[in-house]
Design a protein around this ligand. Structure first.
Ligand SMILES: *[C@@H]1O[C@H](CO)[C@@H](O)[C@H](O)[C@H]1NC(C)=O
Ligand SMILES: *[C@@H]1O[C@H](CO)[C@@H](O)[C@H](O)[C@H]1NC(C)=O
Ligand SMILES: *[C@@H]1O[C@H](CO)[C@@H](O)[C@H](O)[C@H]1NC(C)=O
Ligand SMILES: *[C@@H]1O[C@H](CO)[C@@H](O)[C@H](O)[C@H]1NC(C)=O
Ligand SMILES: *[C@@H]1O[C@H](CO)[C@@H](O)[C@H](O)[C@H]1NC(C)=O
Length: 235
């Protein structure tokens, strides 16, 4: 036996014993995420932390042991790392699992995603984190899943306040300058995106609360919050 084969054998013994020493399953389990979504809308879902640019062969999506198809005409299908719901139906609620295999390392990852489809009357369920701070100018970030949808699919942002459209506001982070009590309400970020030749809407809302008067030095904190725009963690 030559040296390289011997080294290979030693390597095999080490790796095998490392694996058998733990109860780790073959796939690394990633954090589970839950989404509450509106019936009739579309949803583009990338699991948190997934690599981007995967091919349909690198990943497989399942709902309760049934494989999700890759056919773009199916209401629920996947393409690359993303799961698409073209028209959310109550029966689409459930637990979805993606298994990703990295072809270069052979490593495997498991992503669990829970989806709950509700009718619009359950508004409160649908709210992402509320905005409540003492800043004079308020920044309302478009909630992550919708922001990501628009970025990935080159969609267009729109905003509603209490279901009424805000004219010519097409930014992902909505700024309300000199916010007053009148600005309180539910702000909905809507992304209109085109996929496979058709248009879809996805939305997500946040509530803005405006506290009493701001303390002195608000001008300073405003500048700081504008600067910090990029480092704010959304959700
Ligand atoms: C999901 O799978 C479990 C066990 O495999 C089964 O008991 C259950 O009926 C399934 N649910 C649906 C909605 O198919
Ligand atoms: C997802 O699975 C959990 C735990 O098994 C279960 O409690 C929950 O009801 C499931 N969610 C849906 C939407 O079926
Ligand atoms: C906000 O308030 C400041 C100070 O009262 C004022 O100078 C500024 O013009 C206001 N900005 C807007 C957009 O109303
Ligand atoms: C998206 O929303 C706009 C404005 O509410 C509406 O006109 C359009 O029909 C919607 N598109 C779809 C596909 O639902
Ligand atoms: C806010 O400031 C204005 C003018 O400085 C004052 O009239 C008002 O009472 C203050 N409101 C609160 C809630 O402190």
């Amino acid at each position: 036996m030559d040296t390289s084969r011997l080294l290979f054998l030693i390597f095999m013994v080490i790796t095998t014993s490392e694996c058998s020493g733990t109860t780790e399953p073959k796939c690394q389990k990633m954090d589970k995420r839950s989404y509450t979504l509106l019936e009739g809308e579309a949803f583009y879902l990338e699991p948190y932390d997934v690599a981007s640019g995967l091919s349909d062969e690198d990943i497989e999506w399942y709902k309760n042991e049934t494989k999700i198809p890759t056919d773009k005409n199916e209401n629920v299908h996947y393409h690359g790392e993303a799961l698409f719901f073209l028209n959310l139906l109550p029966e689409n609620s459930g637990n979805y699992t993606a298994w990703e295999t990295d072809p270069s390392s052979g490593k495997c990852y498991k992503y669990d995603v829970e989806v709950n489809v509700v009718k619009s009357s359950y508004m409160k369920n649908l709210l992402y984190g509320e905005i409540k701070n003492s800043d004079t100018n308020k920044m309302i970030p478009c909630p992550d899943p919708v922001k990501k949808t628009c970025q990935r699919l080159k969609g267009k942002f729109r905003w509603n306040k209490d279901k009424k459209p805000l004219q010519s506001r097409h930014e992902d982070d909505l700024w309300i300058d000199n916010a007053s009590k009148d600005d309180e309400g539910i702000y909905t970020c809507i992304c209109t995106w085109t996929y496979n030749g058709k248009e879809y809407n996805s939305s997500a809302s946040r509530e803005l609360k405006v506290e009493g008067n701001t303390s002195h030095g608000s001008a300073k904190s405003t500048a700081a919050s504008r600067k910090g725009k990029l480092s704010i963690t959304h959700r």
